[in-house]
Design a binder for this molecule. Sequence first.
Ligand code: PPE
Length: 306
Amino acid sequence: MVEKAKYIWMNGKLINWDEAKVHVLTHTLHYGLGVFEGIRCYACIDGRSAVFRLKEHVRRLFDSARAMMLEIPFSQEEIYQAIMETLKANEQKEAYIRPIVFIGDGAMGLHPQNNPIQVAIVTWRWGAYLGEGGLKRGIRVKVSSFTRHHVNVMMTKTKTVGNYVNSILAKLEVLKAGYDEAIMLDTEGYVCEATGENIFIVRDGEIKTPPLTSVLPGITRNSLITLARDLGYVVKEERFTRDEVYIADEAFFCGTAAELTPIREVDDRQIGEGKPGPVTQKLQTLYFDVVRGKVEKYHRWLDFVQ
Ligand code: PPE
């Protein structure tokens, strides 16, 4: 259960959590055309809180909206300020931030016509997405029988509400089979991403992640590529097959919610030693240090809440 905060920002103002309601004829509820973001705010070592890569997340929200032909009735600067205002009003030191843009009620039918575009920002506490144990010891994953979207079926580079039905199918499938998360293959059979995370593998000290062709351009993915290269690792954005994951020395998922979650098993095959490997551990430690403001060099990624 999501723990209630005091306020939710809706269409320009803060309202009480319990009053943030929509009509059952909300267009997005019926047809799935809406876009959203997932952002995290962390408590930093100096006592302040900082939002991680806020500008990039707001930009991606607007990119998603543009691709989906949704006209957001606010500027990027206004959404940025609204997120800060919500965090302050809710007095949260750490939070997961969910801006969502959706089509309100009015006309029904597939043409959304002039239904109002609604924007809401919700913030709540969200711990380890795939469990504390998963973060520490790694998770067990399975390749889903559900294929990730073809690039001309859904706009794969957007965070569109409807895209996640495909993710939910994969997630339900593998959770029922006793695993923690699913790997999804693209329409040609190459490794693509997870239900809500990007994927990386490591072999002989070299790091690989699928190119952006049909995956969400993850902001965590982008951050980890930078961090890994700054540490001196070679990082390749290159397609690979599931058997390359099976024989990897290390593998991990990353995302705003999942942070950096090690993978210890794929399709009942142990990955490396069956526990987080050295590269994974190094990157995970650095990532948590960076988001908590411990590394001056990456303060450019932090927007302090003040
Ligand atoms: N791929 C998908 C499909 C995806 O949904 C996410 C984020 C990522 C990759 C990683 O992107 P980024 O957060 O920018 O590094 N998934 C969000 C939704 C989680 C949810 O269950 O809701 C997230 O991590 O916030």
